[in-house]
Design a protein around this ligand. Structure first.
Ligand SMILES: *Cc1c(COP(=O)(O)O)cnc(C)c1O
Length: 396
């Protein structure tokens, strides 16, 4: 038996990390998170929108499917087609296409589409009619976001029209979906109201003669903290990549790490202004280390003045403002040299700042930071080890 089937620790430094900023994608963490979340859901849909939250839609999808996910979710047909062209055969649902979009790709690639309006229903039905096929749809009820989904007052008419389309042989209503607006805060009253609205919507669909087999309402936060919202399927995105929107369940593993090499150091005295507008001034003799990544790589300017990185095993502050392509670290008296590697975003396995800390410094969500990591970072993908359960301590 292998001694390190699922090492949870920090990814080792590879030679490229000494010369280029590197984004390490931990598919082993995605696998772990999928198993954890699948254990609490009746059926798990892995949401891999926005290129799998920036970590690679196909990689995240394949990993999730291999570790307990039964279906995939995306926002656009283009994302769904990317999965199909990569050979992914699992059920895929796309939920944010414009009704004017050509939905032929849904029919041709066997992709389910969400239907929040009569216009969307017509688009799906006409694509199916044109191609002589049936398209599977999930009627999408707005359960309280006032964002996407069908407003409740229009829902009975949508259900009736969907039933007519079923009888005409163009669509099949396989699902009814809603979405929780206040899941992350585990707001009991708001989630109870949304759940009641959803249950009523399902009853109205059934009254119209529809027989949706997949009722789905909750996402990551609901799987973690709102067991009453589970129904037949849970659409989980953030949790796959290690983001717990509630901040209360330390069971997930971060799937992204960012490192950067030191490309230059300089020793300076007290009172030296650093970077644009000298927003930072040294207070004593110190060493400044330059890292070649900045806001074009996804580091938020708004974290300037707060952010730290890990170098030589110690946390040291950024000095001055995050620039487009670079940041300066005040490393104090640490003997940092060019070629040393700083951990900018860590996975929580070492003292490096985590994505959640960066989000706090920047006043944003970890989701935004992760999906904004730039294309210039070298990507290193750690595969998901064949690790059915989480038991590193059981190995010799
Ligand atoms: C993004 C999204 C999800 C996934 O939510 P997470 O919080 O990332 O798990 C589920 N459903 C809909 C409609 C979404 O837009």
């Amino acid at each position: 038996m292998s001694t390190t089937v699922c090492p949870p620790g920090t990814a080792p430094v590879t030679p490229v990390a000494r010369t280029r900023p590197v984004l390490t994608v931990r598919l082993d963490a995605v696998a772990h998170n999928t198993r954890v979340l699948a254990a609490s859901a009746r059926r798990l849909m892995a949401v891999v929108k926005a290129d799998g939250f920036g970590l690679g839609a196909v990689d995240v999808a394949r990993t999730a499917l291999a570790h307990g996910a039964r279906a995939l979710g995306v926002t656009t047909l283009a994302e769904a087609v990317e999965l199909r062209l990569a050979g992914v055969r699992a059920p895929v649902l796309s939920w944010l296409d414009a009704p004017g979009a050509d939905l032929s790709d849904a029919v041709l690639h066997g992709v389910d589409v969400a239907v929040p309006s009569l216009a969307h229903l017509d688009a799906a039905a006409s694509a199916a009619r044109r191609l002589g096929r049936v398209v599977d749809v999930h009627l999408y009820l707005d359960t309280g976001t006032a964002r996407d989904g069908c407003p409740p007052e229009l829902w009975p008419a949508l259900c009736a029209a969907a039933r007519r389309a079923e009888l005409a042989g163009t669509v099949r209503v396989v699902g009814v979906m809603g979405h929780l607006a206040c899941a992350a805060g585990l707001d009991a009253a708001a989630n109870a109201a949304a759940t009641a609205r959803f249950v009523r919507g399902v009853a109205q669909a059934r009254a119209a003669g529809l027989r949706p087999v997949l009722r789905h309402l909750g996402a990551t936060a609901a799987v973690l903290g709102l067991p009453g919202t589970a129904f037949d399927l849970s659409r989980v995105g953030a949790g796959l990549v290690g983001i717990d929107p509630t901040g209360r369940y330390p069971v997930l593993r971060a799937a992204a790490q960012v490192t950067a090499p030191v490309v230059q150091v300089r020793d300076v005295g007290a009172g030296v202004g650093v970077g644009y507008d000298h927003t930072y001034r040294t207070t004593a003799r110190t060493r400044l280390a330059l890292l070649p990544l900045g806001y074009a790589d996804g580091l938020p300017v708004s974290a300037s003045g707060h952010a730290e990185v890990l170098v030589h095993g110690r946390r040291r502050p950024l000095a001055g403002r995050v620039s487009m392509d670079q940041v300066v670290v005040d490393v104090g008296d640490l003997p940092v040299q060019p070629g040393d590697v700083a951990t900018v975003i860590g996975t929580g396995d070492d003292p490096a700042p985590t994505l959640t800390e960066w989000a706090g410094w920047a006043g944003t969500l970890p989701h935004e930071l992760l999906t904004g990591l730039g294309r210039r970072l070298v990507r290193r993908v750690v595969p998901a080890s064949p690790c059915p359960t989480d038991f590193p301590e059981e190995h010799p």
